[in-house]
Each structure stands twice: as C-alpha cells, then as structure tokens.
Design a protein around this ligand. Structure first.
Ligand code: NAD
Ligand code: GLY
Length: 368
C-alpha cells in the first residue's frame, strides 16, 4: 500500500493496460489534480441522485471548474427501486440531448446504486465511454466502486442485466461518510466484515477490536478499513476479473441476501442488511456441513450485531427462497452453488449442499 501523502492512500487494481488507481483520503473531492488527467477534453457528465446532489455536486463542479472542466449533470431519483431500465434510459436521454461524445467521461457521484447504473451507462453509451467512480457510501467505497461490475436490476432478479466495465479511477473521499445515515454505514460494514470472513482472518480480528471506533466514524480507523477492504477486493479482481473462480467468493451471503432483497421488494431491506442476514444463513449452512462450529457462528453473529446489522432473515417461506435463489448468477447447469465457510477466514464455492440441510437452514434462520 503506497502512502502518497499523509492523508491519502493510493492502491492499484492490476489489470494490465486497464489498471487503475483507487485514491482514499479525507477531502479528495477538492483535489482537482486527481481528476484532471482523466478529462482531456474539459467536459464530463456527472450522474448523481436527489440526496447526494445537494450535498456534494456543487463542490465537485467547483473543483472541476477550477481546472476549466465543465459538466453536464444527471440527477436521478434515489433508491434501489430505481435501479432499473427506465432510469438507465434517463441517463442515455440526458447524454444524447447534451451531445456527450465518446471522449466525455461519465462520473458516478453517489452510492452503489448510482455507481452500478452509471457504469453500465458508460459501458454501453456509444459502445463505451470513460468512467470515473466517486463513491460516497461506505459500501461503495469498499466494494461496488472497485472491480467493474456494473448493471441494473430486473423485476425477476437483482443485478441480472449488466456488464464488466472497469473505471479509470476511483476517488473515495472519506469525509463524505460524515453525512451518511447510521443504517447505511452499518450496511457498508457488512461488506467490510465479508473480506475478513472470506480471506483475511487478521482483518476480521482487527474489526472485532475496532468496531466501536468505526461506528463512531473515527477517520483513521475508517481509512484503514476502507484501504484494507479495497486491497482485498483489488487482489481478487486482478486474479479473476470475470468471476470464473475466486471472485465468486465475494458473494458470501449474497445468494440468500439477494433473495431477501428482491423477495421483500427492492429498497425495503438495504443491500448490506440482506448480506448480513444472508451471511448468517451461509454460516449456519457451513456449520450443518460440519465445516465450522457453533462458536464460530456465534462469533460471526456477534460481530454483525455489534455493527447494528440484522442477523435474522425475513420469513419469505422456504419455497420462495428456493425460487429466488434459483435465479442466482452462480447457478450452473441448474445446480445452486453457495459461498460457504470452510473455516472462519476461508470461503469456498460449493455446489453439493444436501437439500435437507438447506431446508434446515431456511427453517432455522428466518423468523415469521
Ligand atoms: P445506495 O447507492 O442506495 O446508497 C445508500 C443511500 O445513501 C442512498 O439513499 C444514497 O442516496 C445515500 N447516500 C449516498 N452517499 C451519501 C452520503 N455521503 N451522505 C448521505 N447520504 C448518502 O446504496 P449502497 O449501499 O451504496 O449500494 C448498494 C448497491 O450497490 C446495490 O444496488 C448493490 O447491488 C450494489 N453493489 C454492487 C457491487 C458491485 O461490485 N458492483 C458490490 C456490492 C453492492
Ligand atoms: N461484489 C461482488 C463482486 O464485485 O464481485
């Protein structure tokens, strides 16, 4: 990890000629020089939403104007329920009306919803335009802005329509987290904990020791957790960009979590909340397979609870869970595959879960 300045850390996602930097630090929205090199034609399109625009849009525009860059802005309605084809079309409409060209970068200013949709617009508008991520939620800073998964939801399944399309730059200004509601900070923490559980046991132990500092928004602790999460994600993405193997491990808790999100109706459970309850289900199933023990499951549950996250899933009914999980992107040849814990700190993808054990997990982990 390279420390450029006291207040900024820079990591790299190593993808050959498509490699890009992730800058993490306090106040980066004011640092025009970090953006300048990526805007040769002095014009960008900024996509954001009705919540983030009043907080940070003027500041970003001011930073860009200071180096002679003008901006087209697209302000979308806020919410997971708007992460769909209609909203995507509004981005295309605005880009076309404003005659944005192939050289006009799209900047996503917001959380994962804005990042995923803007990235997909960038991948597809004029068959691809430059893309910059400025994530403003913890979840987006530790996960969704890195790695190039972009897309929208379909009424039949979450993130079902999309593309792999890497940004040229990720700029994570940790100061933006000061305005984030507590439940959104907690939702991001679910993905932070995920890295510890799947591949970084020392980080999990650090999180157990520092969760209170993180929830109190201690700047140094947050910056450390964001950088360490991004390092984990960048390493996985560099090894397996298109998810033919290791990258699937980043979906710990997501098979159950996506079923919760879409089963409850998008926007009712936050993504991170679904991941938290879904990870407890994955841990329960791992225990039923004899891979981890009850103490391990209790340890994981405790950390999610301390982060303020739900650990009991909603009762959609076992059949509904099975139907929704059957739509998961990891299904291969009709067979459900789960990310499970071989041990705490080491996840695997497993396709041979006995149906009876899955039923037991679905009965044990939901409440009606
Ligand atoms: P989000 O984008 O809905 O943001 C959460 C809320 O916080 C929204 O209301 C948003 O407007 C608001 N907000 C954003 N920044 C703020 C700030 N600084 N201050 C105050 N409010 C702010 O949700 P999210 O948790 O950031 O992202 C969830 C999405 O990310 C889901 O759609 C999920 O599928 C996706 N995701 C994608 C990947 C990936 O690899 N592409 C990974 C994980 C999650
Ligand atoms: N969030 C899962 C991934 O990026 O692969």
């Amino acid at each position: 990890m390279k420390v450029d300045r006291e207040i900024m850390q820079t990591l790299s996602v190593g993808l050959g000629e498509r490699s890009y930097p992730i800058h993490i630090g306090n106040g980066l929205l004011d640092r025009a020089e970090l953006l300048q090199a990526h805007v040769p034609r002095k014009r960008v399109a900024i996509v954001t939403n009705t919540t983030v625009a009043p907080l940070y849009l003027a500041r970003l525009q001011h930073t860009l104007q200071a180096v002679g860059v003008s901006s087209v802005t697209v302000i979308l309605l806020d919410g997971e329920e708007y992460k769909n084809a209609d909203t995507l079309n509004m981005i295309y409409d605005a880009l076309l009306k404003n005659r944005c060209e192939r050289s006009t970068p799209l900047i996503a200013l917001g959380g994962g919803v804005i990042g995923d949709m803007t990235g997909f617009a960038a991948a597809t508008y004029l068959r691809g335009v430059p893309f910059i991520q400025i994530p403003t939620t913890l979840l987006a800073q530790v996960d969704s802005s890195v790695g190039g998964k972009t897309g929208i939801n379909h009424p039949l399944g979450k993130n079902m329509i999309g593309a792999f399309y890497q940004p040229q730059l990720v700029l994570a200004d940790t100061a933006t987290l000061n305005t984030l509601p507590d439940n959104e900070l907690a939702a991001g923490m679910a993905e932070v904990i995920k890295y510890g559980l799947i591949r970084d046991l020392p980080f999990l132990e650090w999180l157990e020791q520092n969760m209170d500092k993180l929830l109190a928004r201690d700047t140094a602790a947050l910056q450390y957790a964001i950088a360490r999460s991004c390092r984990n994600k960048a390493d996985v993405v560099a090894a397996d960009e298109r998810e033919s193997g290791e990258r699937a491990l980043l979906n710990l808790g997501h098979t159950f979590g996506h079923a919760i999100e879409s089963g409850m109706g998008y926007g009712v459970w936050l993504h991170g909340e679904g991941v938290a309850a879904g990870t407890i289900m994955a841990a329960d199933l791992s225990q039923r397979l004899g891979w981890i023990d009850a103490q391990d499951v209790a340890r994981i549950r405790k950390l999610f609870e301390r982060a303020g996250l739900p650990v009991v899933a909603p009762d959609l009914g076992a059949d509904k869970y099975l139907e929704l999980m059957g739509l998961d992107k990891k299904v291969e040849g009709g067979k459900m595959r789960f990310v499970l814990l071989r041990q705490v700190g080491r996840a695997v993808v497993y396709g041979d879960v006995p149906p009876a054990l899955l039923q037991q997990t679905l009965q044990a982990c939901v409440h009606g």
